[in-house]
Write a protein that binds this ligand. Structure first.
Ligand code: FPP
Length: 256
C-alpha cells in the first residue's frame, strides 16, 4: 500500500486507468514549516499542486476526480487558518473557473455548506451552473465534507420518503442509499491517494471507498506532481482487484 518504484519496462495500460480518483491532499502545513514559512504559504502551494493534478487527470483521460479540500473536522482549526482557506477557495474559484470550463471540466462541490459565507457559496453554485454541461472531467471538490455526514443525510432522505409513505421500509438497500449520497451517479473511486504520510481515510468517502485501492505516500501534497501521479497510476495498474471473488473467478490464473 505504499509507493513503489514505477516499472519503466511496463507501460501503463489505459484499460487500467482509474475511472474515478479520490485524493486527500495532506501535508501543506509541514511543507511550509520546513521552509520556515507560515501555513498559508503551504496551502497556496497546495492549491497549485491541485491545479497540476487536475490537469494531469485531464491529460491522461481520467474521467472523475474528487479532492478533499476541507473536512467537516477542519472547522476546528484556528479561525485565522479557516478564514485563510475560505479566502483561498474563493480566489481559486474566481481565477480557475473560466479555465476549467474551457477545458471541459464539470465542477461539483460536495459537503455541508451551511457554514460557508454567502459569497463563497454563491460562487460555488455559479461554477456548478456554468460547467454543468461539460463532460471531459467530473471534478468534485469536497468542502465541509464528512463521510458520516454524507451517510446521515442520505439516511434522512430515505427516512423522509418512508415517513411520507413514498416507499416501504424493506425497499431500503445499499443501492437506495448510494443513490442519495453526494456522489450519486458517479462510479465509486477505483484509486484513493493520500499524501503526507498518514495511513487513514479520515472520514472521507467512507461508503464509496469500500473496494477502492488505497495508495499512501510520504510526499507532502505541494510536492505531488505529474510524475508522482504516474507513479500512483502505475501502482494501481498492477493491482489485482477481486471485489470479494477469487483470482480464478476474475478470469486469471491463480496457480491452483
Ligand atoms: C491538509 O494539509 C490540507 C488542507 C486541510 C487544505 C487542503 C487545501 C488545499 C490543498 C488548497 C486548495 C485546494 C483547492 C481544491 C483549491 P494540512 O494543513 O493538514 O498539512 P499538515 O498535516 O502538514 O499540517
Amino acid at each position: 500500500m505504499t509507493a513503489a518504484e514505477p516499472d519503466s519496462d511496463k507501460p501503463r495500460s489505459d484499460a487500467k486507468l482509474p475511472r474515478h480518483l479520490a485524493v486527500i491532499m495532506d501535508g501543506n502545513g509541514r511543507w511550509a514549516y520546513r521552509r520556515n514559512r507560515p501555513r498559508h504559504h503551504g496551502h497556496r502551494a497546495g492549491a497549485e499542486a491541485a491545479r497540476r493534478v487536475v490537469q494531469g487527470c485531464i491529460d491522461r483521460g481520467i474521467p472523475s476526480v474528487t479532492l478533499f479540500a476541507f473536512s467537516s473536522e477542519n472547522w476546528r482549526r484556528p479561525p485565522a487558518e479557516v478564514r485563510m482557506l475560505m479566502e483561498l477557495f474563493l480566489r481559486a474559484l474566481e481565477r480557475e473557473t473560466g479555465r476549467l470550463a474551457d477545458s471541459g471540466v464539470r465542477l461539483r462541490f460536495i459537503g455541508d455548506h451551511r457554514r460557508l459565507s454567502g459569497a463563497l457559496h454563491e460562487r460555488m453554485l455559479e461554477a456548478e451552473r456554468r460547467t454543468a454541461d461539460n463532460r471531459c472531467l467530473a471534478l468534485n471538490v469536497a468542502v465541509g465534507y464528512g463521510g458520516r455526514w454524507d451517510i446521515v443525510q442520505a439516511a434522512q432522505a430515505l427516512a423522509r420518503e418512508v415517513a411520507e409513505g413514498a416507499r416501504p421500509p424493506d425497499s431500503l438497500d445499499d443501492n437506495a442509499l448510494a443513490e442519495r449520497l453526494s456522489l450519486a451517479g458517479q462510479p465509486d473511486p477505483d484509486l484513493f491517494i493520500r499524501t503526507g504520510g498518514e495511513r487513514r481515510i479520515s472520514n472521507f468517502l467512507i461508503w464509496q471507498l469500500a473496494y477502492t485501492e488505497l495508495y499512501f505516500t510520504d510526499l507532502l501534497w505541494p510536492d505531488f506532481d505529474a510524475v508522482e501521479l504516474d507513479r500512483a497510476l502505475e501502482w494501481f495498474a498492477n493491482r489485482e482487484r477481486r471485489f470479494g471473488m477469487t483470482t480464478g473467478q476474475m478470469g486469471r490464473n491463480d496457480g491452483a
